[in-house]
Design a protein around this ligand. Structure first.
Ligand SMILES: CC(C)(COP(=O)(O)OP(=O)(O)OC[C@H]1O[C@@H](n2cnc3c(N)ncnc32)[C@H](O)[C@@H]1OP(=O)(O)O)[C@@H](O)C(=O)NCCC(=O)NCCS
Length: 190
């Protein structure tokens, strides 16, 4: 006789709890490596930090699974930012000005990426060196961001272009940042 399978709810609970435990261990490990990490940060599975000593992470930041955060040129991630799965953030370019030398012999140029507070980056976005994402900006899934995004701007595409601007706080009926901060953090299944 086949043994009864545990109820789906039990399995779901066990899986979510395990993932949260692993996320907590991973985040604690990364905390020891980065320049600074705020409170209530969660870094999901498969995320890679390159040059973590140049990485600054604010409070309430969520980095979804499989991200590549390259911080050699300096990377700062503002409070309350959410980074979608498989996002790549890069802070270095190879120099390729000369044709009489190999590209790999010409060195690298670094430029910092600055992510201001309350930014949402959609899945599989690529943020290139030197870019600043203004406060409250949204980056669409799969966008390749080559230029600065203004505060509350929404960009999408390759190269990313402004598709709309969000209403600034106080200009619409949505929660203000202060109210949002008072709400309990959403539960995530990943
Ligand atoms: C960027 C985004 C937030 C915009 O959502 P929205 O405000 O509802 O925008 P709309 O759907 O009205 O789209 C507006 C226009 O932008 C285009 N657009 C939207 N998202 C796009 C994207 N990611 N890439 C390219 N174009 C996009 C739409 O096709 C539409 O073009 P049109 O005006 O020519 O028809 C959303 O499309 C998106 O990419 N979300 C990310 C989802 C995700 O990654 N989730 C998991 C991560 S946690």
């Amino acid at each position: 006789m086949t043994p009864a399978r545990p109820p789906a709810e039990y399995l779901r609970f066990a899986y979510t709890t395990l993932q949260r435990l692993l996320d907590a261990c991973r985040t604690a490990f990364f905390r020891a490596l980065v320049a600074r990490m705020g409170r209530q940060v969660r870094i999901s599975r498969g995320t890679i930090l390159s040059c973590p000593r140049r990485l600054v992470i604010g409070d309430n930041v969520f980095v979804n699974m499989g991200c590549m955060l390259h911080a050699e040129g300096g990377l700062s991630i503002g409070d309350d930012t959410e980074i979608g799965p498989y996002t790549v953030i890069w802070t270095t370019n190879h120099v390729f000005d000369r044709t009489d030398r190999l590209i790999r012999a010409q060195g690298e140029r670094h430029a910092p990426v600055v992510i201001e507070p309350d930014v949402w980056i959609g899945a599989s976005a690529i943020i290139l060196p030197g870019v600043t994402l203004g406060q409250g900006a949204v980056v669409g899934a799969g966008a390749v961001v080559t230029k600065d995004v203004p505060p509350y701007g929404v960009v999408a595409g390759n190269p990313a272009a402004l598709i709309k601007t969000r209403a600034a706080p106080g200009e619409d009926d949505e929660l203000t940042r202060a109210e949002a901060g008072a709400r309990p953090r959403r539960t995530r299944s990943t």
